[in-house]
Design a protein around this ligand. Structure first.
Ligand SMILES: Cc1ncc(COP(=O)(O)O)c(C=O)c1O
Length: 453
């Protein structure tokens, strides 16, 4: 990439709205309050004063009295398992979550991984079948496919959005492909318009992995409601969370009933033991936290979007850190993570690690995200050596699978990604956001010193 001579003063005073058309409706306050002094001086890691001392971000996971009371109430009730009562916290949460998402049905599970695997099983996808997904995700995505002994086929990314590249998805379709499992990575929508076109053309199911993407909206639709089913995680770090938990949402009653049966160890709502299914039931304590945490969830979501838009507006035209590209039609995202790609050519060729260490010295903690795309992890060899895979997939298919494993754009994203864990921090004030920008700018001003770290 060409190195541009970045005008720092313009950056500091640039108050134009962010390039994210999606969040254009959020108001972007002017950045008059950022003091030039705060960004000047020696890097803290080299002995100077940090931009921020002892930064305390808004707490995450979110806890309030209502949540504590809800847990106490459940504890005292003795209703601890979802099948003890049709009006317990889990069935009630399912109704509330479906309402929040705008679907007819929602089903609680013990995790996002379980929600995804429930859908794979309920769709009858298993040995011999293939599901196309992204290598840039949590292992839970892959686990949900290999738990059913289907083959996860990983397609490469769009390096600017960090999302699945639909052209790469289409290229990897075979006669055994049954579904696409797109990920809304960082909680921002992937290119669902193109993915749905491909699914329709090739008659494939779509299981949206919206595990990071609570409440995001794309082309007027809530994430998780665009494909056949959508799956969510409520693991502690997520923007709606209960420790471990998950949900499937959908409008197809027959499919959602099958999902219920699968996650209930194969036993239907009518009590008949019908199919293969693990026991993935959400418990009532998880339901109790989630029900109470629904209050204010939309307000927190709006605040994260507003703060993310503010950060993005400040980084506009700054070539050193480029925020995640959002697709046209993105109206909002969960901003579970706020992510940028790091372009070292604008930082005097300092490594990402050197930049992150300097930033941390200024009191702002950021990090890389996924170190290796999942196409590079040992599970690949493991499954290819299992008898069931060797029986169900031809030697030619397994050879082609290995030959097609490379995902160079994913490798690049893994190497360049810089992220802020955003569930808590993006609930901060505008001053908190200014602290982030000030710290970045101070490091930028001192980029010629980064090689001393
Ligand atoms: C994209 C994605 N998919 C799936 C999962 C799995 O969810 P869980 O951890 O609740 O099983 C996660 C969790 O981090 C995730 O981020």
């Amino acid at each position: 990439m060409k190195t541009t001579n970045f005008n720092r003063r313009k950056f500091i005073t640039d108050v134009s709205a962010g390039s994210i058309a999606a969040i254009a409706s959020c108001s972007i306050p002017a950045l008059g309050s950022i003091s030039q002094n705060m960004t000047s001086g020696k890097l803290a890691i080299l002995g100077g004063e940090p931009v921020v001392k002892n930064k305390i971000w808004p707490d995450w996971p979110y806890v309030d009295e209502k949540i504590v009371e809800s847990i106490i109430k459940t504890t005292k009730s003795g209703i601890w398992c979802r099948i003890q009562s049709s009006t317990g916290t889990v069935p009630t949460f399912e109704k509330e979550y479906a309402k929040l998402m705008g679907t007819k049905f929602a089903l609680g599970t013990g995790s996002g991984t379980q929600a995804l695997n429930t859908c794979v099983e309920a769709m009858g996808i298993g040995p011999g079948d293939e599901i196309i997904t992204s290598p840039y995700t949590d292992m839970g995505t892959i686990s949900s496919i290999i738990s059913s002994r289907a083959l996860p086929v990983m397609a490469d990314l769009d390096a600017e959005s960090f999302q699945l590249d639909p052209r790469e998805v289409e290229r990897r379709i075979t006669e055994n492909t049954k579904a696409i499992m797109p990920i809304h990575i960082m909680g921002q929508p992937c290119n669902m318009e193109e993915i749905m076109k491909i699914a329709k053309k090739h008659n494939l199911k779509v299981i949206e992995d919206a595990c990071q993407a609570h409440l995001g909206v794309y082309q007027g639709k809530v994430l998780g409601t665009i494909g056949d089913v959508g799956c969510f995680s409520f693991q502690t770090s997520k923007t709606i969370s209960c420790g471990e938990g998950g949900a499937v949402i959908g409008n197809n009653e027959e499919l959602m009933d099958k999902c219920y049966t699968v996650q209930n160890h194969g036993t239907s709502r009518k009590g008949r033991s019908e199919t293969i299914g693990p026991k993935y039931r959400m418990n009532e304590f998880e339901g109790a936290i989630l029900l109470a945490q629904m209050t204010g969830a939309k307000e927190r979501f709006a605040l994260r979007n507003k703060n993310a838009a503010y950060l993005t507006s400040k980084l506009k035209n700054f070539p050193g850190l480029i925020p995640q590209k959002l697709y046209e039609g993105t109206e909002s995202g969960s901003f579970y993570l706020y992510t940028m790609s790091y372009h070292k050519e604008h930082w005097n060729n300092a490594t990402r690690d050197q930049f992150l260490k300097a930033l941390s010295g200024e009191g702002i903690g950021m990090s890389g995200y996924i170190a290796n795309g999942l196409h590079k992890e040992p599970w690949v060899d493991h499954i290819l050596n299992l008898k069931v895979y060797q029986k169900m997939y031809s030697p030619a298919r397994l050879k082609q699978y290995l030959d097609d494993l490379a995902c160079p754009k994913c490798d690049q994203v893994c190497a360049d990604m810089v992220m802020l864990w955003a569930s808590g921090p993006l609930l901060g004030t505008q001053n908190d956001m200014d602290d982030i920008i000030n710290a970045i700018m101070k490091v930028y001003d001192n980029r010629d010193k980064l090689n001393q770290i």
